[in-house]
Design a protein around this ligand. Structure first.
Ligand SMILES: Nc1ncnc2c1ncn2[C@@H]1O[C@H](COP(=O)(O)OP(=O)(O)OP(=O)(O)O)[C@@H](O)[C@H]1O
Length: 743
């Protein structure tokens, strides 16, 4: 048992701390532009270069400062770092720590595995230490991570480096059942490490949740957090945080979006991109291979790879949860000879954390969706990263491969590209990512499709899983944003279905529709012009935005709803239902069907006898109304006219709408003025009324309108209605008021 410290000891200790804080504060003061002194043997900060890269000069000034113990930080943090065996700083730590400790806003960018975590954990601890933050001060810093696993990892680093400090810290992530307990304690925590959804949940639901004193906000994987999946949640969070704070954003693929900066109210931030001039955007010790693999051979390749790398720790990325589940279950049954694990956003939280820890500890193959793509360190022990499905963009590629070759360790990655996705190679090259194109060794290929087919026969309840994997993969391709790379129509659908062991290709509604429209467009003579126009409009309908971070969005929502989705079969999409062969399909409740044979938004025009005219008849009148088919030129002319007409109609509609709005506004104004006048009359009539009238006058604020040069003031009432009053009128008004007050 630890011996309790004496009162004398504690007092001495406190005094020492006070002295230390004074010294640290004076260093920070000395970094201000007009200060001459530098009380510590530490180089002054470089002159500010917001949104610019660090120049060589900057680094040479820091040449002598390479170790954590040379930094102006507290002894407690230094001890914590020493305990965690952190001695030398990495580039991003050297570049950003001095600025961050001084309280500046930071946009930090550095390669994956280069130590960005410490670049924000240390300033968090130091800020609260210098402010002498205690339990009664409540939430002082908030660190937000896009995924739960990453939040756990950040929390571990915080605990290890900050173990000599006295701050309380909490991990707030979705999927945990103890939310009520969290609600009771959250106000006592000084540092919150959280996912956006859970933080917002506390902001919304926890009584007295107070972060008005918060000093520092950190977004790890900032580009991801500020991305579409979290937009609403993040905006809602930001709106509840104090404006006066230090904000730090870190990512390996940092953006310099002005919009982001404005959203987060960053003040003159330091953009510290330490590897911007580097020859490669990925770690130097990472060897990256690309193989061209047809869709129907991907599982064969993956199986062969696993079988031939039984002593490696391998992380495998697949596009969807259903694929991960299917491949995991199927391969497990086929016994590859190495433990298999799977990780995806639909698993229970405890299981997710357990899998993550197990994979850190033991050699195995982890099949995962993009939940494991960002930030996770896995004890720097991943040997191979295999991307079975192409990442949605270059940033996603960088983060996925970044799970290996971390901090001075080596790593290898393989990307399977389908022949239709080779455009990705150009994009990788343009982003300074050096990849080696390698041909699959056909002799070592171990086909697995036949074994999968036997499995599906042996375990019939396994078939829907394969079907779901099939459908969700195609769907994931369909909703990808980059159409140069991803084209669902180029995929060998039947072959892919067979490769999953399915006896027949599931029917997919969206593919059928696309095929149909393709057939129509390739047979112009058979296609009715009206159907053509329908098709044109259908294709233009904006789709739901592709959502690569779908999982994360789901997570944010899940965290909000507290619905711990149970990993199982609910939530089938309509395409999934389509995929199940008609015989096994559960009949759906019949829906009221409305047949619409014209494009939505087209106006129906009637002729003199009251018959509806086809659109063609209205524009190309006689010839087409009589059913004559149009040649291509006429057709183009027809479309042009149709578009013009639609534009005209649209304009007219808008005008009418605007007029209606105006009338409504005028009516409301008149009503309001009438009501006000009545109130004034009533108020002025009695003695009580006089008081109210006085109060009303007092409530009015008077602003000087700097734009007006005639010396007039603009009076703006709290109701927002303004009128002009001259100086004389105001003096008279003031006199009147004074008189009435005296009498
Ligand atoms: N100064 C250091 N000395 C020794 N090890 C370090 C140091 N800084 C970081 N590390 C180790 O390097 C590994 C990667 O660090 P970290 O997870 O912070 O990288 P990152 O830049 O945040 O990566 P990502 O972009 O993937 O999130 C970790 O295992 C961490 O413990």
């Amino acid at each position: 048992m630890k011996k309790p410290k004496s009162k004398e000891f504690r007092k001495r200790h406190r005094l020492q701390e006070d002295d230390e804080i004074k010294l640290l504060d004076s260093w920070i003061q000395s970094q201000k532009p007009d200060s001459g002194s530098n009380p510590m043997a530490f180089p002054p900060l470089p002159s500010k270069a917001p949104i610019g890269r660090l120049d060589d000069n900057t680094f040479s000034r820091y040449a002598g400062v390479t170790r954590f113990d040379q930094l102006p930080i507290s002894q407690k943090t230094k001890d914590g770092l020493r305990g965690a065996k952190m001695v030398e700083m990495t580039d991003i730590q050297r570049a950003s720590l001095p600025h961050a400790i001084c309280g500046r806003d930071i946009l930090g960018a550095a390669k994956t595995g280069s130590g960005k975590t410490l670049a924000f954990i240390i300033p968090v601890l130091e800020k609260l230490y210098r402010e002498k933050w205690g339990p009664e001060d409540g939430v002082g810093c908030i660190i937000i991570s896009p995924t739960r696993e990453l939040a756990c990892q950040l929390f571990d680093v915080l605990k290890s480096v900050g173990k000599y400090h006295n701050f309380s810290a909490g991990l707030l992530i979705g999927g945990r059942k103890d939310v009520e307990m969290e609600k009771e304690r959250v106000n006592e925590l000084n540092i919150l490490v959280c996912t956006p959804g859970r933080l917002l949940q506390h902001m919304d639901e926890t009584p007295n949740f107070d972060c008005t004193q918060m000093q520092m906000l950190v977004l790890d994987e900032a580009d991801n957090i500020l991305d579409r999946g979290f937009t609403k949640t993040v905006n809602a969070i930001i709106s509840q945080l104090p404006k006066h704070r230090q904000t730090m954003l870190f990512s390996a693929t940092q953006r310099k979006s002005i919009q982001d900066l404005a959203r987060l109210s960053l003040k003159d931030p330091e953009y510290l991109s330490v590897h911007e001039e580097s020859v490669t955007a990925t770690p130097t010790l990472l060897r990256q291979i690309v193989m061209i693999v047809p869709l129907d051979q991907k599982l064969d390749m993956l199986w062969s790879f696993i079988k031939t790398h039984l002593s490696s720790r391998t992380l495998v990325f697949l596009a969807t949860c259903k694929q991960v589940k299917f491949v995991f279950e199927a391969f497990k049954k086929l016994r590859p000879g190495i433990p298999l694990k799977c990780l995806h956003g639909r698993m229970k939280q405890e299981r997710r954390i357990a899998i993550y820890s197990e994979f850190c500890e033991k050699r195995s193959v982890l099949l995962s969706t993009d939940v494991a793509a960002r930030g996770l360190d896995f004890n720097k022990a991943v040997d191979w990263v295999i991307q079975v499905d192409c990442p949605e963009d270059v940033a996603s590629y960088i983060h996925r491969v970044g799970r290996t070759a971390r901090y001075k360790s080596e790593g290898k990655s393989v990307l399977f590209l389908m022949p239709s996705e080779t455009k990705m190679l150009e994009k990788l090259e343009a982003a300074k990512i050096p990849v080696h194109l390698s041909k699959p060794n056909k002799e070592r290929l171990q086909p697995v499709s036949d074994s999968l087919a036997s499995l599906l026969v042996k375990y019939p309840d396994f078939q829907p899983r394969a079907q779901r994997a099939f459908v969700t993969y195609l769907r994931s391709i369909r909703i990808q944003r980059d159409k140069e790379i991803f084209d669902v129509m180029k995929l060998p659908i039947d072959e892919y279905s067979t490769s999953l062991g399915l006896p027949m290709t599931p029917k997919i509604r969206f593919l059928n529709q696309k095929n149909k429209s393709k057939a129509l467009s390739t047979k112009p003579d058979l296609a009715e012009p009206e159907e053509d126009s329908d098709k044109e409009i259908t294709l233009k309908i904006p789709r739901k935005k592709p959502d690569p971070s779908n999982l994360q969005e789901e997570e944010a929502e899940k965290e909000l709803l507290l619905a711990d989705s149970s990993d199982e079969e609910e939530g089938k999409t309509s395409e999934v239902l389509d995929a199940i062969p008609p015989a096994t399909r559960v009949p759906k409740k019949k829906k009221l069907k409305i047949n619409i044979h014209r494009p939505v938004g087209t106006r129906v025009v009637f002729d003199d006898e009251g018959n509806a005219l086809p659109p063609l008849a209205r524009i190309a009148d006689t010839q087409s109304a009589k059913g004559t088919l149009l040649d291509p030129e006429q057709k183009a002319e027809y479309y042009r006219k149709m578009r013009e007409e639609l534009k005209k109609v649209d304009k007219e509609d808008k005008l009418v709408q605007r007029e209606r709005h105006r009338e409504k506004r005028i009516k409301e104004k008149i009503k309001w003025k009438e009501g006000n006048a009545e109130e004034d009359d009533n108020n002025i009539s009695g003695s009580e009324g006089n008081e109210t009238a006085d109060r009303r006058h007092k409530k009015r604020k008077i602003y000087f309108n700097s734009d007006s040069d005639d010396g007039k003031q603009t009076e703006v009432t709290t109701n927002g209605v303004s009128d002009s009053v001259t100086l004389e009128e105001q003096e008279a008004l003031a006199l009147k008021l004074l008189n009435s007050m005296h009498s």
